[in-house]
Write a protein that binds this ligand. Structure first.
Ligand SMILES: [Mn+2]
Length: 360
């Protein structure tokens, strides 16, 4: 297992590479280019520069999150061909600098979704919350406004305000796209890009839908074991894999996370993992907690044990953390709580390994 940490890039992240380098056990960053519009090719020069900056700080850049998929591909429009070609070109460019895994998602219109970005917890920390009953009572436009106001002026990943400005138009187009159609469009995309992944030795790792259910009537198809297995089998290549994000899948109590890790791990399809905890208050309502088991609804020991048992050799990163110790920054992506999370997960990993070696 390789512990990595998400970083938003020079002049785009209040957290520095030097700080990340000092978190014990973190070997690399999960990076991205944020100044390339969705659907365009990531230029080789820019990718090379990012790699150099990261390596100069003593860290690796082997995972990219995310290369976002253009809406026309998800909608299955004729214009998708151009965007698929661009995606293939981006895969090639990333392979040239040693990138091994690309995380992406196939969520219509919205990326990850929260209804409150700065909920105050009793200990004074701030965290993100999702409440489905709220989603049912506001318009997508109102939701976007809410997220924008809570983001402290920083662009959030997957929430490009320009793109979201054309919301009515996009919703209109999705009237023709149900889950079955979206699935077909997804498989079409995979069939087109996976051969290049095989050739370049870059693994695709889809991020599950967050939260793992439909919002605003839009279809969502990466939400549980059954539908994940379906597209893994539809394009049956080890390069067609997943990012096991337990924060996303784990918002639905019907998803058994350790069981999913064992199941997809045995298939050899988990290439990247987001490991974090959350507290489910009732079905459809949860907030993000610190990583330890006693803080949330998940047993993190069982999660890390499942990874250990499958001899997981891929990448893991701590996920959204709370804002603590007065830190100001991008919601979910402060330094301190994620650093505590990384070290906690590494502690579990060490204990599980040594228990097996010495006492079993
Ligand atoms: Mn995630």
């Amino acid at each position: 297992m390789k512990m990595v940490f998400r970083w938003y890039g020079e002049n785009n992240d209040p957290v520095t590479l030097e700080q990340i380098r000092q978190i014990p056990g973190v070997v690399g960053v999960v990076g991205a280019l944020f100044d390339v519009p969705v659907g365009e090719v990531w230029p080789l020069e820019k990718v090379k520069h990012l790699k150099e900056v990261v390596e100069k700080a003593g860290l690796t850049l082997e995972v990219i999150e995310s290369v976002n998929v253009h809406e026309d591909i998800k909608l299955g429009l004729p214009t998708r061909e151009r965007y698929i070609e661009n995606y293939i070109e981006t895969i090639r460019n990333l392979s040239k600098v040693g990138v091994k895994v690309i995380c992406y998602n196939f969520m219509p219109v919205f990326d990850w979704m929260r209804t409150e970005l700065n909920r105050k917890l009793p200990d004074g920390s701030e965290t993100m919350e999702y409440d489905h009953s709220l989603i049912e009572n506001i318009t997508p436009q109102e939701l976007i406004k809410r997220v924008k106001e809570g983001s402290h002026g920083l662009v959030l990943p997957g929430w490009e305000w320009d793109r979201l400005a054309k919301l009515e138009e996009t919703f209109e187009l999705y009237k023709e796209v149900d889950e079955a159609k979206l699935f077909d469009n997804f498989v079409y995309f995979l069939k087109a890009v996976i051969p290049t992944c095989e050739e370049c030795d870059v693994k695709l790792a889809i991020h599950p839908d967050d939260p793992p259910w439909s919002i605003f009537g839009l279809p969502r198809i990466v939400t549980n074991r059954e539908n994940i297995e379906r597209f893994l089998r539809a394009v049956d290549s080890p390069y067609n894999g997943i990012t096991l994000c337990m924060g996303s899948l784990g918002a639905n109590p019907d998803n058994n996370i350790p069981e999913m890790i064992r199941y997809f791990g045995k298939m050899g399809r988990i290439h990247f993992a987001h490991v974090r905890n959350l507290k489910i208050e009732n079905r459809g309502k949860f907030y993000e907690t610190a990583h330890p088991s006693f803080c949330g609804s998940h047993d993190m020991f069982e999660v890390m044990k499942a990874f250990h048992d499958i001899n997981y050799e891929g990448y893991i990163r701590p996920d959204h953390g709370r804002m603590i110790w007065g830190e100001k920054g991008r919601p979910g992506y402060g330094l301190y709580d994620r650093a505590l999370g990384a070290v906690y997960l590494l502690g579990l990993w060490e204990a599980i390994g040594k228990m097996k070696e010495r006492y079993c």
